[in-house]
Design a protein around this ligand. Sequence first.
Ligand code: ZN
Length: 78
Amino acid sequence: MKPVTKEQLAGLASLVGATREQEINCSECAVFAAEFAERQLAGLPLDETLAKVEDHLAVCPECREEMLLLRRVLESGN
Ligand SMILES: [Zn+2]
């Protein structure tokens, strides 16, 4: 069996990177949070980016908390 080459390792790393790229981080979530909350309140469908926000909220309690606060502000503004 041949040893793993640097090229193979780089290939693996980029595969992992590609999977991670599809998820958004907290600061990206914050950028789209207002639009996400407005759409949800209006009952509008989520686009691909906002679906990622939803995915992030499912795994990130901090952003979920931010979203709750944001929704409270939006709801009280009506
Ligand atoms: Zn987050």
